[in-house]
Design a protein around this ligand. Structure first.
Ligand SMILES: [Cu+2]
Length: 172
């Protein structure tokens, strides 16, 4: 199963669970309304438990995922090679080749309006992106582990030619 199929399955299972919960609520709330004094303590107790459960889940998710944050440390970036990227209606100016296994910092700017600088790997999956803005330089650190042909696409609607705004570079 590839990534897109996994997303589809998760989405479908989630949708079924939500619909099931809605049907459950609809089926169990048919009777006469209960008085507020009877419902309130149960609701408040449920709310407190829900709060702590969400807090615990968030803390756990942070602890598990923090080591995988994809941003390089400043030490790793000390010797990084800067690559200038200029976006303009409707294309990108950037070098034709970029070295593999070398820390890179893309210095991204635009000459006219806001653009998106989205990098797609050889398997056509989005692997990194940053905005390209006029009169401002955004820095996107990235280290390419796989050689191949990478495509750059504009990810921000920038005018009539937006859909065709592409670039490419070779990682060697
Ligand atoms: Cu665009």
């Amino acid at each position: 199963m590839d990534f897109n199929q996994t997303v589809l399955v998760v989405f479908l299972v989630g949708s079924v669970l939500i619909v099931a919960a809605m049907i459950g609520v609809a089926a169990t709330t048919r009777g006469a309304p209960q008085p507020q004094s009877q419902v309130q303590p149960r609701g408040y107790a449920l709310r407190a438990r829900w709060f702590w459960a969400l807090g615990a889940a968030t803390a756990l998710a942070l602890l598990i995922s923090l080591p995988f944050v994809p941003y390089p440390s400043s030490a790793q970036l000390a010797g990084a090679q800067h690559v200038k990227v200029t976006a303009q209606q409707y294309g990108f100016v950037l070098p034709a080749t970029i070295p593999a296994r070398t820390p890179i910092i893309f210095d991204v700017t635009a000459l006219d309006v806001n653009h998106g600088f989205g990098i797609y790997g050889p398997d056509n999956r989005l692997i990194g992106q940053v905005q390209a803005m006029p009169d401002y330089v955004n820095h996107l650190p990235f280290t390419f582990s796989k050689p191949g042909r990478y495509t750059v696409r504009c990810l921000e609607y920038c005018g009539v030619g937006h859909a065709y705004m592409q670039g490419a570079f070779e990682v060697k």
